[in-house]
Design a protein around this ligand. Structure first.
Ligand code: IPM
Ligand code: MN
Length: 360
């Protein structure tokens, strides 16, 4: 019998449902072609449900989602809901409760896509960021006292324990060994760069740096190690992205630099990410958000969601199907669509899905 995967689909808010519909179309085409089955179950978590029921995420959600092989997410964020409620109550809650401690975000310029970086080509913009996804300032303790007085104090601390740092670094070393530039025939070394701020955050990044070199020296001597400050990383991401192979960094720094990275690869229309628990249930999403102003217009670019679907298949072990989707996306960006921006693609959201599905 053909292999079958149980996928929880969370279309979410805004344009999420539209891009996920195209993602599903492409995933099902790939499944048919490569001989496996996808059993899709949709959940209505998001802003509309919250506004109707007052409940952000039902009590049973985490347990229910744990029964699936993977989660495919559209976008979370609703214009009528105060910022933070849905993001923290759905997206971050799922990341933390399902212990998706890796956020994998490739920064890859596809053929035919315009980058704001002058004279840079797909050869130059081709690296991956591994963002720690379970700790740091996102889960550090904090609070406000003496609110609305001149003495008001607000604290939000960056907290990492050795276990969180080590498991993230080990994943990053493994990933670099497998998918670094040498492994892909694109260079003479597989290089992992740690992105930190050891010159100022002398506690947290001291821990990261020591763990990085200890683990690297002991278990991954074949992987070349580099260290970069986060501010300089931003500069080089613009000036010399070809220097990078795989980068690993903390949650907050990873959040910030991957938006910059996405812009250099042509924008949020193409940027995909995976929230990965290597031992558990992972969740794949376009990283661009719900883009509510484009909702229902059939003009949003679904390629980021489609690429997130490819990452999901790769993680499930369906590498051939994942590569076929990636190749199909490259054909479409290379010749069929005019731009990655919503409304400027020269075709509709569903036409882009059709084009990729046909080419798979
Ligand atoms: C992202 C987003 C989220 C984050 C927000 C929506 C909570 O910006 O996935 O990068 O900060 O992680
Ligand atoms: Mn972000």
């Amino acid at each position: 019998m053909a292999k079958s995967y149980k996928i929880a689909v969370l279309p979410g808010d805004g344009t999420g449902p539209e891009v996920v519909a195209e993602g599903n179309k492409v995933l099902l085409a790939a499944a048919a072609k490569f001989g496996f089955a996808l059993d899709l179950t949709t959940f209505d978590f998001g802003g509309d449900r919250y506004l109707k029921t007052g409940e952000v995420l039902p009590e049973s959600a985490v347990g229910d989602l744990q029964q699936f092989d993977s989660i495919y997410l559209g976008a979370i964020g609703h214009p009528d809901v105060k910022p933070g409620i849905l993001e923290k109550g759905i997206l971050l809650k799922l990341r933390f409760e399902l212990d998706q401690y890796i956020n994998l975000r490739p920064v890859r310029l596809y053929p035919g896509v315009e980058t704001p970086l002058k004279d840079k080509t797909p050869e130059d913009i081709d690296y991956a960021v591994i963002r720690e996804n379970s700790g740091g300032i996102y889960t550090g303790t904090g609070g406000i006292s003496m609110k609305d007085t001149p003495q008001e104090v607000a604290v939000q601390s960056m907290v990492y324990n050795r276990h969180q740092v080590e498991r993230c670094l080990r994943y990053a070393f493994e990933y670099t060994r497998k998918f670094g530039k040498k492994a892909r025939g694109k260079g003479d070394a597989n290089t992992l760069g740690l992105v930190g701020k050891t010159n100022v955050l002398t506690y947290v990044f001291d821990l990261w740096e020591r763990a990085f070199h200890q683990i690297g020296e002991q278990d991954y001597p074949d992987v070349k190690r580099e260290y970069y400050h986060v501010d300089a990383t931003c500069m080089w991401m613009v000036k010399s992205p070809e220097w990078f192979d795989v980068l690993v960094t903390s949650n907050m720094f990873g959040d910030i630099i991957t938006d910059l990275g996405a812009e250099t690869q042509g924008g949020m229309g193409i940027a995909a990410g995976g929230n990965i628990n290597p031992q558990g249930v992972s969740m794949f999403e376009p990283i661009g958000g719900s883009a509510p102003k484009y909702t229902g217009k059939n003009i949003i670019n679904p390629l980021a969601a489609i690429c997130a679907g490819a990452m999901m298949l790769e993680t499930l072990g369906e590498t051939e199907a994942a590569v076929a989707i990636e190749d199909a996306v490259k054909k479409v960006t290379g010749s069929e669509i005019k731009s990655l921006s919503a409304g400027k693609m020269g075709c509709t959201t569903s036409q882009v899905g059709d084009l990729v599905a046909e080419r798979v």
